[in-house]
Design a protein. Structure first.
Length: 183
């Protein structure tokens, strides 16, 4: 319902804002027990991964009720050092949740740039993601300022992007300092 209101241009309406408030309340009520399960799972994964020299990556999600929020991500990242657990920034997910009124896009970048170990790069049109960069609304110049040089880059473009759009999207990422090399 929230996404439909957004697509109808009603993101500032009372109905939209009321639904955002309801969803925040619902997430808060449901999250504590579920987040405890996430913590338990991450502990188990860290115990398994550490002796194998495997670093875990925690991705921000597309749907508001999914984990983690920025505050939850901070807790998860504190469970290990930079060599054992990091952040995989999905720019489309972050942008979409910002448009829906939940977490500011730039917050993910500012708070967690030093822990970004990977990123999923794609553009967003409205609330639809996985467009080639340059076709949508994401400020990739901003993204490029925060991405550590060592972070893995993954381009997540759906099949609806044609060859020319993908090619132009890669150049767009290069021009906006999100990737260093184009082959």
């Amino acid at each position: 319902r929230l996404r439909a209101l957004y697509e109808q241009g009603k993101s500032g309406s009372g109905e939209f804002l009321e639904l955002v408030a309801e969803m925040r309340t619902e997430r808060q009520a449901l999250s504590s027990g579920h987040f405890d399960s996430v913590l338990k799972s991450i502990r188990e994964l860290l115990d398994y991964a550490a002796p194998r020299k495997v670093r875990l990556g925690i991705e921000n999600r597309y749907h508001y009720l999914e984990f983690p929020s920025p505050d939850e991500l901070e807790i998860l990242l504190s469970m290990g050092g930079e060599d054992t657990i990091g952040f995989v920034l999905d720019v489309g997910h972050a942008y979409t949740l910002d448009r829906l009124g939940f977490y500011p896009f730039q917050e993910w970048l500012e708070r967690f740039s030093t822990r970004i170990i990977g990123t999923h790069l794609h553009d967003v049109v409205g609330l639809a993601d996985h467009f080639a960069p340059g076709l949508g609304e994401i400020d990739f110049e901003l993204v490029g300022r925060y991405l550590p040089g060592v972070a893995n880059r993954t381009c997540e473009f759906q099949a609806f992007n044609n060859y020319e759009q993908v090619k132009a999207g890669l150049k767009y990422l290069f021009d906006h300092h999100c990737v260093n090399i184009i082959h």
